[in-house]
Design a protein. Structure first.
Length: 387
């Protein structure tokens, strides 16, 4: 299947979701770009959307869901090319036309279940590059490097990656137990025992060791990761900021995106510092954080939410946007859709997509509500139907 040839199309009888309003209308596409937008009935011979919503293609900044296809069981690796194609198809079917594939850099010697996938980053990136060269990918794939700063080899891994492959986004992560995402050690034990199968005693030994070395390593490696990101012109994100000191550090480093702040005060400080705040779409759909941290809906209702990320469930992105359309400060469906289209595109410097405007890429999603939940019925990337 080839995706490179885009014929002119017109989509009509749709509820068009623009950045500031929703209106009945139609969209004309040529050469992969939106060339005309109209209200009311469209030209004859157009594709009838039957009253469904027509949204910009979703933009996903942070998902590591490829790992679930590549390593479907602990230490069981699937064929990389097959994993990429299955993942890409799932991403497109969820209405996501631009996806930042999030790869963890930095092997943790105490997390064999995870480091197995981490050591295979190059394998997966090369599989994506081969699929892109063969014009097989449905979504536009960008690279997001999640740098675990307490890891002993994170700087070396980042240097090596950037010498071989392009990237666009780097996030600064620190999962040392007892701070940030895992301030609550009980939540840490629940999460990692489920992932690793370790006993409480075994995991307690790991926690003590990670706490012993974590702070020193993070303080040494974080400035080096920041310098490398700036040297390569990459957008910086800070992961799981919790305190005002965390936010102040990120601001000094030139961070533009606050990923998953764990407290209301960190989210508010991030906004004051000019950062775009990202929260998890699963947090919205489930009604709260699985780690016991800040509620995405609470931040949305406080006017502190800019972007949603599907994180570990691609289908959650579209669902969460529709779930938040009733939050007074969001601005209805148009405002909710901005959280998954225009806002993430702009935060990542992708100014050619994310909004239904003449001249923008014709990345579009036809959506119908089914029993109160949105379903992506058709997806176009640059005017070519991909799902």
């Amino acid at each position: 299947m080839e995706f490179h040839a885009a014929d002119p199309i017109v989509l009509t009888n749709a509820e068009v979701v623009a950045a500031d309003r929703v209106f009945p209308g139609w969209i004309a596409v040529e050469s992969g770009r939106i060339v005309e937008i109209g209200e009311g009935g469209g030209p004859k011979g157009a594709i009838d959307c039957q009253g469904d919503y027509l949204l910009p293609g979703l933009v996903e900044l942070h998902t590591d869901h490829l790992e679930a296809h590549f390593m479907p069981r602990p230490r069981v690796f699937w064929h990389a090319g097959s994993a990429v194609m299955a993942y890409d198809a799932q991403i497109a079917a969820a209405g996501i036309t631009t996806v930042f594939d999030s790869f963890r850099l930095g092997v943790d010697e105490h997390e064999d279940w995870r480091s197995g996938a981490g050591e295979q980053v190059a394998t997966l990136v090369e599989a994506i590059e081969r699929a892109r060269a063969a014009d097989l990918l449905r979504a536009d794939h960008q690279t997001h490097l999640r740098c675990e700063v307490p890891s002993p080899n994170v700087v070396e891994a980042l240097e090596d990656f950037l010498a071989r492959h392009p990237a666009r986004l780097v996030s600064l992560m620190d999962h040392t137990p007892g701070q940030r995402q895992f301030r609550d050690l009980e939540k840490y034990f629940i999460y990692y025992q489920g992932k690793t199968g370790q006993s409480e005693h075994e995991l307690a030994d790991v926690v003590r060791e990670r706490q012993r070395v974590g702070r020193t390593r993070a303080q040494a490696h974080r400035p080096q990761v920041v310098a490398l990101a700036h040297a390569h012109g990459l957008t910086l994100a800070s992961h799981d900021d919790t305190t005002l000191d965390d936010v102040a550090l990120a601001s000094r480093e030139g961070v533009r995106i606050a990923e998953f702040p764990t407290t209301h005060e960190a989210a508010a400080a991030s906004r004051d510092a000019g950062m775009a705040t990202v929260m998890g779409a699963p947090n919205v759909v489930r009604g709260g954080s699985h780690s016991g941290n800040a509620s995405a809906r609470d931040l949305a209702e406080a006017g502190l939410l800019d972007i949603l990320s599907s994180d570990y469930v691609p289908a959650a992105l579209l669902m969460a946007a529709f779930h938040l359309a009733d939050a007074p400060s969001i601005g209805g469906l148009a405002g909710a859709v901005r959280l998954v289209t225009k806002n993430p595109a702009e935060a990542a410097g992708l100014v050619d997509r994310g909004e239904i405007v003449v001249g923008r890429r014709a990345d579009l999603v036809r959506v119908r509500a089914h029993h109160g939940e949105p379903v992506a019925r058709a997806v176009w990337r640059e005017g070519v139907r991909v799902a």
